[in-house]
Ligand binder design. Sequence first.
Ligand SMILES: *Cc1c(COP(=O)(O)O)cnc(C)c1O
Length: 358
Amino acid sequence: MILLNPGPVNLSERVRRALLKPDLCHREPEFAALQTRIRDELLASQGLEPRRWAAVLLTGSGTAAVEAMLITLVPRQGRLLIVENGVYGERFSKIAQAHGIASRALHHAWTDSVDLVALERALAEEPFTHLAVVHHETTTGRLNELSAIAARCRPHGVRLLVDGVSSFGAEAIEFEDWGVAGCAATANKCLHGVPGAAFVVVRRDCVPGADTAPRSLYLDLRASLREQDGGGTPFTQSPQVFYALEEALAELRDEGGRAARRARYARLAQQVRVGLSALGFRPLVPEEQSSVVLSAFRLPSGLSFERLHDGMKEAGFVVYAGQGELAKRHCRVSTMGAVTEADLERFVAAVQAVIERS
Ligand SMILES: *Cc1c(COP(=O)(O)O)cnc(C)c1O
């Protein structure tokens, strides 16, 4: 089955085989070494300096990393401005509410780009300490303009908390230039690992001290950072998932690193856009505002998502519905993972066959 949903992704044989390495106890030095190699490689893949930055690994899904980032990096006296233009921006607000973090949402319709004038106004009105924003809003395929957003935050000393779950490993993240305090991501999207490991890349001097009570025990990044710097972990990690992540990072490096992966995704996304546009699908977001990771399309008239999904599943492909109001008339196609040009040629031909049958 070819997975064109935005994670989990199809594994390469190389990554799949890594799952079969020997059992490990998470309290033994072999596990500590594995964890340290992954943390180092995550930073190296972004060109980050380990004295200034740290990757904190969690066993959990991407949302665990996003939640850990917000509840650890926004201090008790902090104020969070949240950019919402999709499901994942709105998830920040749910997390802030669940933990009583002082926050305000800058709400947009899901199809809208971020209103920089409204952002400037909000920043001038309240003394925010942090701004939470989704880099690639997987709801619509929009790549939010983080450099323009960061430029508005900089004069106010507001630091960025980035949901990079569906961009880390492919789209460029300017950690230093954008004033990033933390970026949450996961093993099983653009990095091509298996689900179960997530992480936050934190700027070390943006992690609050341990003098205040944690908002959560499991998701407190301060404790994990301290233990992981010493080769330990406060809780059980998943060694198999870590083996796979280590292999996936080695594969990324062998393929030329992040920029090469982005270039590959761009070619595949273009192939999907050209193929589906010819069949009457219409892109939801203009190409120049879209990520290379995923594209959302309005379905051609007369084709329901159910018929597309079921017909494509029979042909060996999983396509993804839109979310919420976009569910009925839209689909999303992601080309992360071990997917080839030849797979996508077969995909477009199979979509054509479904349309012709319907
Ligand atoms: C996938 C995704 C998440 C996390 O989803 P999980 O199901 O918790 O892994 C968060 N943010 C974005 C932008 C995503 O695409």
